[in-house]
Each structure stands twice: as C-alpha cells, then as structure tokens.
Design a protein around this ligand. Structure first.
Ligand code: NAD
Ligand code: MG
Length: 461
C-alpha cells in the first residue's frame, strides 16, 4: 500500500494542488501519515461548478442502466483493493483491522452493489414512473466509519443521477482520497464525484454553497443543528444523521451469554465511536447480578492495542480531542456518583487510548446517561417491569437505535412497537445491511439512508 506524502483535491476527475495543508496522523502512534489539503471557499466553489457541469452535461442524462455499470465497476474495484483499503482505514482511524477488514470494507462494496441494482429500476421504487434526480449533492461525513459513510452517501446519490462533492472528516481523509483514485480507475466521467478535504470551514463552505441542491450530513447534533439553520429558507433538500444514546434492554428471560456478547459488541465495537452504539444498558433487576458478572468476565478478555494486530478487539481513540471528551464525561460520571469499573489493561505509551469502562449505579439524571460519550464507556441502569424499561429507553433527546434481549417473540414486538428509535435490534446489535434503512427520530436527525427508503433523499419527490 502506498500512502503519498501529500494529497491535493479531487476535482473534475483530476488532482489539483490546494493552498492550505494540514496533517493526518495515525492515532495509534501519533505518527504523521500524510499532508492533506484543507480546501478554501473558492476551491469548494470550483468543485461545485465541476459537479454542476457533470450533472447537466453527462450524468443526469445518462440512462440508469449505464450509470449502473459504473457503480458495479466501482464495487468490484473496492473488492479488489479491499486489503489495501482495510489497512489504510485502520491506520488513519485507529479501528481494529478485524473490523475494517470484516465489516467496513465488505459493507462498502455491498452498498455500491446494492445501489447499482437500483439505478435502472428507479421507476419501480414507489416514487412515480420516472423519478428525477435533484442535482448537486454536498455531503459531509464523520471520522468513525470514513469509507462506509462515504459509500452510504455516494452510492445512492449516483444511482439516482446526482453528482457529488464530498468532504471527509479532517482526521480520516485517506480512504476517501483512495476512493477518488478508484473513480479514475473506473473511468467515471469527470466531475461526477469530487472530494474536497478540510475541516469545519470547508464543510460550511460546501453546505452553504448556493448551487448545492441537496445536503447530506452525518456527525454531531450540534453541527447538524447549525447546518439545518444555514439551509433554512433555501430550496435545498437535507438529510441529517446525528448522534444517539441507544438503550440496550436485557429482560430476565434473555439468553444471558448471548446478551453479554451483544452488550460488548454494542458498546465496544469501533471503540464505541458509533452513533447507534448501545451506550445505555437497561437490565431487569432480577438478572442484574448475573449479567454484570458475565459482562465483567467478558470485558477482562478484551484486547486493547495495535489496530493492525488481528487479535485486537479495541483499537485507538480517533483523536486527542475525542479522547479528551471521553475523559471529561467519564470524570463527570464518577463525580456525580456512579461507580466506575475497567478490567486491568495495559495501554500503549504513545497514541490515544481509553480502557473499556462501565459505570454502575447510574440514574437517568446523570450526564453519562443523557449525553453521547462516543467512546468505550457503558452506563448501566436497571428496571423492574417492561413498561419501565420502555419509559427509560425513550427518556432521551435521541432516537437512533435500540436493542431488545428476550426469549419471547411477542415481547420483542411489544417492546419494539413502543421504542422511539429508527432501528431496533432483537437478540443482536450493530448489524448493518445495505437493503435496510437507517436513521433517527428526534435529535438523531431526519431522513433515512440505505434500502429503498434511502433513494428518496436523492430523488426530486
Ligand atoms: P462534527 O459534527 O464536528 O464533525 C463531523 C463532520 O462535520 C466533519 O467532517 C467536520 O469537518 C464537519 N463539520 C464541522 N463543522 C461543520 C460546519 N459548521 N459545517 C459543515 N461541516 C462541519 O463531529 P466531531 O467534532 O468530529 O465529533 C464531535 C461529537 O460528534 C462526537 O463526540 C460524537 O458525539 C458526535 N459524532 C457523531 C457521529 C455520528 O456518526 N452520528 C460521528 C462523529 C461524531
Ligand atoms: Mg487520521
């Protein structure tokens, strides 16, 4: 795998040198991986113009069956370059190679395959006989699943006939830049996909550009709110995928061993940098001791360390800033009276690390029960009746996901019916499929990505 010492911007099918440079580091070692451009407002403008020209002259006029061929080709090249992409994602983000190799990259390819299949069937998707694209999409994504979030944004946009300017997160730009190379390799017409790297200012320039027709954002609720304000009163269409504080509910009839695995996967997958993470565990009182003992036993076996080691379960925290946020909220949890526990675990000297942590004795008023920590930190609460479980689960400004663990199908359905969450997993957690829509209620955002529902955000309907 080759990482170039410096990357420009990918605009109109070509690499252009930018004015401002910044570095992206490997969070597991703090070593600099590459220099990356931070696009200015005028560079963003050039990218939007390229996307507009490609939209008007080429992509929106091309029959769906032709667009599909490009998407299939991109999907196949992603599969061919899967190992390279997985290593690069783990280097730039800090996530364990086991996850980037077995989860992120396969889902990226699956997403392009899935939406390639829709490109010539849009007339049968339930949005009228000949649904039209919207135009130029300005897309801003976070650092937790860099290439997967790119796929969630770009695949449906292109399938529907839109063109794209995408801004990856400042700490994880590298796989998006290799994706630009893949677009070249696939002979995608120039300007259909443009990648502009940078931080918040670049993102702001993109979403507030007057010639962008559709804004798609995944990230914090705070920035999502600012974007909603900046597009209010314009004709731009918007989808927002924001934060979460998911309840993972364990009833007393649940298979406890499986539930413990699901709890661990729910909160420690990807270091807990997951918007749909099961960060609030709700355990029925009668099985509390058994679940807690099993959970602690399992947590003591988790291996924290080198993301490129195939045996690693928990990798590096993505940035110094994120580590600081996790530390601050965890300290507040202890100050407010919750009991903190981590298994004995040695952390590397360099890089950004946080041991897997649980808090017990958490009440609904505690900040660690209300705010998204976005790290490997679980808050444990208890309940007595199903009604109380539902009430506590819904007592959050968010509504992205939830989990239910029980032996009874009827109880799964009863609970899922009452949970205000976009996704409810039953006897599993953090399972993703391109055919399944994903998105939130309340402050978790609006719009759906994935599945047939995901087409709606990119069609003029
Ligand atoms: P963020 O919302 O600041 O960043 C997400 C993306 O938005 C990045 O690409 C960033 O450059 C861009 N951005 C920042 N300001 C912008 C603006 N004004 N206009 C347009 N784009 C802008 O998130 P963060 O600071 O990296 O993380 C902060 C918190 O957000 C985390 O602790 C976590 O709680 C939450 N978060 C959630 C998700 C998610 O998937 N829902 C992802 C990342 C972070
Ligand atoms: Mg990085």
């Amino acid at each position: 795998m080759d990482i170039k010492p410096a990357y420009g911007l990918f605009v109109n099918g070509e690499w252009v040198d930018g004015e401002v440079r910044n570095k992206t580091v490997n969070p597991a070692t703090e070593e600099v991986l590459a220099e990356v451009t931070w696009a200015t407002e005028s560079e963003v403008d050039t990218a939007v113009r390229a996307a507009r020209a490609a939209y008007e002259n080429v992509w929106s006029r091309m029959p769906g069956r032709e667009r599909a061929k490009y998407l299939f080709r991109i999907a196949r090249i992603i599969q061919e370059r899967a190992r390279e992409l997985a290593v690069l994602e783990s280097l730039d983000n800090g996530k364990p190679i086991r996850e980037s190799r077995d989860v992120d990259v396969p889902l990226v390819a699956a997403h392009f395959f899935y939406y390639a299949g829709w490109a010539d069937k849009l007339g049968y998707a339930g949005f009228g006989p000949d649904p039209r694209p919207i135009g130029v999409a300005g897309q801003v994504i976070p650092w937790n699943f860099p290439l997967l979030m790119l796929a969630w944004k770009i695949a449906p946009a292109l399938a529907c006939g839109n063109t794209v300017v995408l801004k990856p997160a400042e700490t994880t730009p590298l796989t998006a830049l290799v994706f630009a190379e893949i677009c070249q390799e696939a002979d995608l017409p120039p300007g259909v996909v443009n990648i502009v790297t940078g931080a918040g200012e670049t993102g702001h320039a993109l979403v507030s550009h007057p010639d962008v027709n559709k804004v798609a954002f995944t990230g914090s609720t705070e920035v999502g709110r600012a974007i909603a304000k900046s597009v209010a009163g314009t004709r731009k269409k918007v989808t927002l995928e924001l934060g979460g504080k998911a309840a993972n509910i364990v009833f007393d009839d649940a298979p406890i061993d499986q539930a413990v695995e699901g709890i661990v996967n729910g909160i420690f997958f990807n270091q807990g940098h997951v918007c749909c993470a099961g960060s609030r565990l709700l355990v029925q009182e009668s099985v509390y001791d058994e679940v807690l003992a099993g959970l602690k036993r399992r947590m003591a076996l988790l291996r924290v360390g080198d993301p490129l080691d195939k045996n690693t379960d928990i990798g590096a925290i993505n940035s110094a800033a994120q580590l600081e946020r996790i530390r601050t909220l965890s300290d507040i949890g202890a100050e407010e009276g919750a009991a903190r526990w981590s298994p004995p675990c040695e952390l590397p000297d360099r890089g950004f690390w946080f041991a897997p942590t649980i808090f017990t004795g958490v009440t609904q008023a505690h900040r660690i029960a209300r705010e998204e920590i976005f790290g490997p930190v679980l808050s444990v609460l208890t309940f007595r009746t199903p009604a109380e479980a539902v009430e506590k689960a819904n007592n959050t400004p968010y509504g992205l996901s939830a989990g239910v663990w029980t032996d009874k199908g009827s109880r799964i359905l009863w609970t899922a019916d009452r949970l205000r969450a976009g996704v409810v997993w039953a006897n599993t957690f953090n399972k993703f499929d391109p055919a399944s829509p994903f998105g939130g209620y309340k402050e978790s955002g609006y719009g759906r990505e994935g599945g047939r529902h995901g087409l709606e955000a990119y069609l003029d309907v």
